[in-house]
Ligand binder design. Sequence first.
Ligand code: SF4
Length: 386
Amino acid sequence: MLASDIERTFDRYRDLLEDLSFPEVRRWKEADPRRKAVGFFPVYAPVEIIHAAGMLPVGLAGAGDRLDIQHADARFGSFICSIIKTTLELGMTGHLEPFEGLLFSSICDSARNLAFVMKRNFPQKYIDFLHLPHNPSSPASVDFLAAEYRRLIGQLERIGGDYSEEKLRAGIALFNRQRELVRELYAIRAAAPHLLRAWECYVAVRVGNVLPVEEHIALLEQVLAAAPRRDAKKRDSLRVVIEGSFCEQPPLEVIRLIEDAGCDIVEDDFTLAQRWFTEDVPAVGDPVHALAEAYVNRSVYSSVRHDFRKPRWLGLAEKIKASQADAVIFLMAKFCEPAYFDYVPFKQQVELMGLPHLALEYEEKLFTFERLRTEVETFVESLVFD
Ligand code: SF4
């Protein structure tokens, strides 16, 4: 990829992410009528296992502002985050037809309820709820999760999956490579934000939700090769960490307006699934056990993963220090309980470090961004002219 082609690439993948017909999933399936796709609701799913069953793992991310809610409101109360409603609406309007299966996990009450509402409304689909361990300090957690993963493998085989341990080891190596490249991309962005804007990095990473991992690896390699050769001017901007957008994703426009208002987003928790492990998962030995062990012992901190061995705010503190951030923006989905529960301890940690912070709220369907833009501009100006 030429450095001059990189903008067109980001625009193309941004358009792909906005297409609710999942064209890449359909394309992948058309190549062989036996192929099957399994969608997974954020934040994390063992994509390696889905891949090892010969299926395409696809990260679901709601419908943004591109779908009117006509059916989902009747099945959920009012005070629910929008990704829950738009995901159900995607199902009720036939948009999830390319998926033979849908996976949910124990991230919050809303996601748990959605799993069972989906199950009731789509009895013909394989819909499952993964119980991820909530007490990693227990010695039983790894075995518990390995058993849950073996149950998942059995279910995928039941709907036509062709699983083998060998394929799982190969899949782990592939996804390790994908995560390594994503880490490199984030490193470039943090070191030289003018070479890779946050919204571009976001698109390049998030498109991995819908592309086969092999294609995503190729794309990341191309972007990594082209970004350092770009002819872009350094900006004098505030280095900020974004925290709170780990599940429902903010509209792309919000990411862009934060950058345009004078911030370099040097770290974030967008599309966390693709950065889930802090180290490679061993691709040798018992691969199911290795994946379970990695979840328990090598996961990133997240408001939807409980780990009493290390408070989440210390994870945020490390992230702030490593990225040399000047400030933190808490960017939280409206009605997202895990994000709001963590806001107070996170805020206390940031204040302890003497850093300024700003809290913003979004939902998928934001039609005017002026209020948010003004808040960010005021925040930046108050720091720059202090
Ligand atoms: S955005 Fe928050 S509340 Fe909504 S499903 Fe995700 S974690 Fe749960």
